[in-house]
Design a protein around this ligand. Structure first.
Ligand code: MN
Length: 164
């Protein structure tokens, strides 16, 4: 069976060229054998909007993703707290699918919750201000309550949620 691959928090940036090279090698190599690839937030250390695609660094990363999706590998992207402004232009340029988290997907027969993780904590005041400035909606914790599907209520995750 081909593996489903999950990556998160790569925090790619022009200041980390070796990491960008490694990601490019991943897209050209192991990812090609995957049943699918999920990027679970903070692919980029900072993303101030899809206009960033005009920068050489960002367009390089986008090209690596595009070559992967063009090879027929499905790539799903959940945004993180650093790159939550990834948008439709990025999706169009790369062929990835933007997913809204949290979501439950079937991974080799197992329902699996996918999310970046920052949804589970209260954003601090500074972060709230930053998100407002950037014109994004604040994803506050109460919005995440009750999202687990009924079939998962008995799971450890469900139990944890119910303790709140
Ligand atoms: Mn992160």
């Amino acid at each position: 069976m081909r593996p489903t691959l999950f990556l998160s928090d790569l925090h790619l940036s022009p200041q980390r060229p070796a990491l960008v090279d490694a990601f490019r090698a991943f897209c050209a190599g192991p990812a090609r054998q995957a049943a699918g690839v999920y990027l679970l937030g903070d692919l980029f250390d900072d993303w101030i909007g899809d206009d960033q695609l005009g920068e050489p660094f960002a367009s390089d990363v986008a090209a690596a993703l595009k070559s992967l999706t063009a090879a027929g590998i499905a790539v799903g992207v959940v945004t993180g707290n650093r790159d939550f402004l990834l948008g439709d232009a990025f999706a169009d340029a790369t062929g990835i699918t933007l997913l809204s988290a949290p979501l439950v997907v079937n991974v080799a027969g197992t329902p699996t919750v996918l999310l970046h993780g920052d949804e589970l904590r209260e954003p601090d005041q500074e972060e709230c201000g930053r998100r407002r400035e950037r014109g994004a909606q604040v994803r506050a914790l109460p919005a995440t309550r009750g999202w687990l599907p009924p079939t998962r209520r008995g799971s450890p995750l469900g139990a944890r949620e119910n303790r709140r």
